[in-house]
Design a protein around this ligand. Structure first.
Ligand SMILES: Cc1ncc(COP(=O)(O)O)c(C=O)c1O
Length: 396
């Protein structure tokens, strides 16, 4: 046994790399594999953003320096405007806004701010796999809020009260959902917020996908737009997906003043500040007209049609709920299989297609796969051509 093993914290030694990254790494090591495993949009960061950074690199002597921990003041002022346009709520740049290095870091910071050992955080099941690890790393315990596939993965408000106890601190919400693409109902979200207020819980909104809403009939209601619940809500927005900036590591949080005072201590201790160069990029992103995200959303909506058509042609292999938002579809595996991991590995090794096993998203995700359709049209078709060929070969 490696002698260093004994020095590694048990909670880390007992962890696995997240299923998404595990499948991404496996795909990268499999020559020629097509990956639908990781939600990295195929788009290039828009030219005006790159140009603004180029100019700052040439002209701005501060570009290589730290910013204040909560971010460049001019950027925070632009965030206040965007937040107002998106939610109707006017935040204060000094009191409420903290620039993060993306929503992963933002969530991790907030969980450290909130949790004592053994405290509980309610997460949807299925939900985003990294949240489970982040809760555990902060000493907390995830409590699964089971969503029902037969009801389109919508929130189950009847099941919620029984999950709350004296140790519950927060509920994490991703809307539109990763991995199901479900857009949660306005009334359910308001009922959730009312319950959170009664029990003094925070709602941690992790928002990478609100720009990707595919159906007029299912408009998105953002709980951060309800001023009556402002004291209950921490809103986290990431530039990763809406602006094709996954590698820049940039986001922001809007939260009650008393929480920002605490969060900035943890944020500083972990990171000092989000990279200044990325903040410059973010400022340019917010100033872009017309916003690139509108074009991205249009393309992603077309890719949803494409992937749904391909799934419709394989009814003996998969059944699925049509995603209303985000860019994931979460089909149930109908073909014979042991579990979602075994099936995903078989698809990778035998068909050359990487997808994410659903079990990583919580117990209700077992026997499902997550497929990201933010990849190029060629990759979607290439992946499904291969799955189709694999299916035919295995039937022989
Ligand atoms: C729900 C959710 N949160 C956070 C992230 C990562 O966001 P960021 O790049 O801002 O850290 C993702 C990326 O897939 C996600 O789906």
């Amino acid at each position: 046994m490696n002698p260093l093993r004994a020095t590694i914290a048990a909670r880390v030694a007992g962890m696995e790399l997240s299923v998404i990254k595990d499948m991404a790494v496996r795909a990268a090591r499999t020559p020629g594999a097509i990956s639908l495993a990781w939600g990295v949009p195929s788009f290039v960061t828009p030219a005006p953003i790159r140009a603004a950074v180029q100019e700052a690199l040439d002209e701005d002597p501060d570009i290589g320096r730290y910013s204040l921990p909560d971010g460049i003041a001019e950027f925070r002022a632009a965030i206040v405007e965007r937040h107002h346009a998106a939610t109707g709520v006017r935040a204060d740049a000094e009191r409420h806004v903290l620039v993060s290095a993306g929503n992963m870091q933002a969530m991790s910071t907030m969980l450290k701010v909130l949790l004592e050992a053994g405290d509980e955080v309610i997460v949807t099941d299925p939900g985003f796999c990294s949240h489970l690890q982040q809760i555990e790393l902060a000493g907390g315990v995830p409590r699964y809020w089971r969503l029902d596939e037969s009801r389109g993965w919508q929130l189950d408000m009847d099941a919620l009260p029984a999950l709350v106890n004296g140790r519950t601190r927060a509920v994490i919400l991703v809307n539109p959902s990763n991995p199901t693409g479900r857009i949660f109902e306005r009334d359910d979200l308001l009922a959730l917020a009312a319950l959170a207020r009664r029990h003094n819980l925070l709602i941690l909104i992790d928002d990478p996908y609100s720009d990707f809403v595919h159906e007029r009939a299912a408009p998105l209601f953002n709980l951060a737009s309800a001023p009556e619940f402002a004291a209950q809500v921490v809103y986290m927005f990431t530039f990763s997906k809406a602006f094709a900036m996954t590698g820049w590591r940039l986001g922001y949080m809007v939260m009650p003043e008393c929480l920002k005072r605490e969060a900035i201590k943890v944020h500083d201790a972990e990171l000092i500040c989000a990279p200044r160069i990325s903040q410059v990029a973010g400022l340019a992103a917010l100033r872009m007209a017309p916003p690139a995200r509108l074009e991205f959303a249009r393309i992603i909506a077309a890719r949803r049609e494409q992937i749904c058509a391909r799934l419709d042609a394989m009814p003996e292999l998969f059944s699925y709920q049509r995603p209303q938002g985000a860019y994931y579809v979460f089909p149930r595996i109908l073909a014979p299989h042991r579990d979602s991991r075994e099936f995903a590995l078989r698809l990778l090794h035998e068909a050359g297609v990487s997808v994410t096993p659903g079990a990583g998203f919580g117990p209700s995700g077992e026997h499902h796969l997550r497929m990201a359709f933010c990849v190029s049209e060629q990759d979607i078709d290439g992946a499904f051509d291969r799955i189709d060929g694999w299916r035919r070969r295995s039937q022989r």
